[in-house]
Design a protein around this ligand. Structure first.
Ligand SMILES: C[S@@+](CC[C@H](N)C(=O)[O-])C[C@H]1O[C@@H](n2cnc3c(N)ncnc32)[C@H](O)[C@@H]1O
Length: 281
């Protein structure tokens, strides 16, 4: 049995993970880190933490691959379709009509409606955004094209998202007409139809490193920054601000706040949901 990390070892691995991903492990989630590390070391046959840590620090192709695997294992990927209903109400009733109108009046020729799900996990968030947009009257009437980017640090989650196959029970509160139009049943599971699946562009993107896309109308970065410390959160929020067009909107998790960033984002309550509108250009 591999021993639990001592304080010095915990500090080393915590710093390594933070520098690579911004994920912040502290005394509260130390046990989770230890458990995942032990499991991974056992899988790979490392007997001591020092051996594994030296390997991770080698900066070789194989250690880079292992670092990606380890970060993937350390992420929390909980998500669901139309998570936080009030956000989707705000999106439908305020945010989409406003950004679509502003794009229609833009000096650019036919700008697409561009939305990014940053920290998309297994795809339920970007597919919910896709369905909301495609069903939206203003969007249908605008004749605009739609670009949805969905990124995550967990390659395992991205692969699940790309497949778009979910246990039927995960879709239990989806309206029947939406279910029938966008999904098919296969072997007791529910699969998003390929014609819709391919409308979301999935990519690996580590928010610690970027690159951050630009010229976006809307960003969803919900329940992602809760795993970061204040410095990483500040750096990500400033970059998300730069990624948005002037007047663009940011959605964050309902337990998160941008109260320290009132120079960058205007706080708004729309249809019972909290949204943040970019200030400045
Ligand atoms: C709890 S899930 C949230 C999923 C979705 N946004 C939602 O609210 O339902 C958090 C996601 O953030 C991703 N994540 C964590 N750190 C990240 C980083 N540094 N860069 C990109 N994604 C990250 C995780 O892999 C995970 O899939």
């Amino acid at each position: 049995m591999i021993k639990i990390l001592n304080d010095a070892e915990f500090q080393l691995v915590k710093d390594l993970i933070y520098n690579l991903s911004g994920l912040d492990f502290n005394h509260k989630n130390k046990l989770r880190l230890e458990y995942k590390l032990k499991e991974r070391m056992q899988q790979l046959g490392y007997a001591t933490f020092n051996e594994y840590y030296s390997f991770l620090n080698k900066r070789s192709t194989s250690s880079d691959i292992e670092i990606k695997e380890l970060l993937d294992l350390l992420t929390v990927n909980e998500t669901s379709f139309f998570r936080n209903k009030s956000h989707f109400k705000a999106l439908n009733e305020h945010v989409l009509p406003e950004v679509i109108e502003s794009n229609s009046g833009s000096f650019m020729v036919n700008p697409p409606l561009s939305i990014w799900s940053a920290g998309c996990s297994t795809g339920q968030e970007p597919y919910s955004i896709l369905i909301s947009s495609l069903e939206h009257k203003s969007f249908i009437n605008s004749g605009m094209s739609l670009q949805i980017y969905a990124t995550d640090i967990s390659q395992t989650s991205i692969e699940i998202a790309k497949d778009g196959i979910y246990p039927a029970k995960r879709l239990h509160n989806m309206p029947l007409n939406i279910l029938k139009k966008y999904f098919i049943e296969k072997n007791g599971k529910i699969e998003i139809l390929q014609e819709y699946r391919k409308k979301v562009k999935y990519m690996y993107l580590n928010l610690k490193k970027g690159p951050f896309p630009r010229n976006l109308d809307i960003i969803f970065c919900r329940n992602v920054m809760i795993y970061f410390d204040d410095n990483m959160r500040k750096s990500v929020i400033e970059k998300l601000h730069r990624s948005l067009k002037s007047g663009g909107y940011l959605f964050i998790g309902h337990s998160e706040s941008l109260s320290n960033f009132s120079d960058l984002f205007e706080f708004k309550i729309c249809s019972g949901g909290i949204v943040y509108k970019k200030i400045g250009v």
